[in-house]
Ligand binder design. Structure first.
Ligand SMILES: [Zn+2]
Length: 58
């Protein structure tokens, strides 16, 4: 897995790809760890963008 995934703060559900706005699929959920993020993959097979989603926590 790439070490340089970009992190996006998400407040809207469902999560959309930041590149093409397609729905994304949850690859790995670290929401219950100190990392507090999820790895999401774009469902658009021409895009397949992989990114980290973090919820907008106060
Ligand atoms: Zn995409």
């Amino acid at each position: 897995m790439s070490d340089n995934l970009l992190i996006f703060i998400m407040s809207e559900q469902p999560t959309q790809c930041p590149i093409c706005l397609t729905r994304t699929d949850l690859v790995a959920d670290f929401a219950h760890t100190n990392f507090k993020g999820k790895i999401e993959e774009c469902l658009n097979w021409e895009c397949k963008y992989l990114f980290i989603e973090q919820e907008d926590l106060d």
